[in-house]
Structure formats: C-alpha cells, structure tokens
Design a protein around this ligand. Structure first.
Ligand code: AMP
Length: 130
C-alpha cells in the first residue's frame, strides 16, 4: 500500500510559510521549531522538508541525503538546546508518534526532542489514565 500524504496539515503550512513557527534550526532538508504546547522546558519538533507522513514512510522513501541531514539536525538540537549530556545537560527523550495507536496528531513526520527536566516513566501503560 502506498503512503498517502495530506498537504493541508499544519506542518506543511509551516513549511510553505503560510503560518509562522518559532524556528530553532533550518538545514537543507530539515526544519526545527518550538512546540506550541511544550510538555517540558525544552520541547522542539524536528521535521523533514519532504512530504513524509511518519517515520516509516521517511525511512523507506527519503534519500540518503535527507536521512543524514535529519539525523544530524536532531543531534544538533539535542546539543544546542543544552539537554545533551555532551553539552552539559542531563539528557533527553526523542519521540516520533505514528498513526492512531501512536496518537499522532499532525500527519507530517516529526520527532519531538524533549528535555530540561526529569521526564518520568517511558510511556503510560495501556489502559491507565494520566
Ligand atoms: P503529535 O501528536 O506527535 O502529532 O504531535 C504534534 C505536536 O505538534 C503537538 O505536540 C503540538 O503541540 C504541536 N503543534 C501543533 N501545531 C503546532 C504549531 N503551529 N507550531 C508548533 N507546534 C505545533
């Protein structure tokens, strides 16, 4: 089954410059910006500029240049925001939600870089409320 990408999603609008974002980093193939509803002191979203719906789509169809650029952009965000232990922080968490079980809200591939405080347990166990 082919991947289907909806051009009307909010990150596509950010990439087209139709709505603003709090840009943190832009590279040839990637864009990073602050999450509008941060869950921690550092909460940055890193997205590829290409039209990929989720991580498995990106991993399957992105070029090597896009994959390398994205990976390096995520690492750069971890260091530049100060959450990486390498840059004096206490660490971070990367999350890429996909589909309904993953509770993906925006159908454009993205990775959340979250840190700046103790983040607690990995994920909420199934069936337990927050
Ligand atoms: P997900 O559930 O992984 O799809 O998360 C989508 C994320 O996008 C959420 O954390 C939202 O707070 C964030 N978000 C939605 N709209 C915007 C926006 N215009 N600028 C920045 N972040 C946004």
């Amino acid at each position: 089954m082919a991947y289907s990408y909806d051009n009307s999603n909010i990150f596509a609008k950010i990439l087209r410059g139709e709505i603003p974002c709090g840009k943190v980093l832009e590279t040839e193939h990637s864009l990073a910006f602050n999450d509008i509803a941060p869950k921690a002191p550092v909460h940055v979203l890193v997205i590829p500029k290409g039209s990929y719906v989720n991580f498995d789509h990106f991993a399957a169809e992105a070029s090597d240049a896009e994959l390398a650029d994205f990976s390096r952009a995520v690492g750069e965000i971890c260091r530049s925001t100060g959450v990486a232990e390498h840059s004096g922080g206490n660490g971070y968490r990367l999350i890429s939600n996909s589909g309904s079980d993953g509770v993906q809200v925006v159908p454009h591939m993205h990775v959340h870089v979250i840190g700046g405080c103790l983040l607690g347990s990995f994920v909420q166990p199934a069936g337990e409320s927050q």
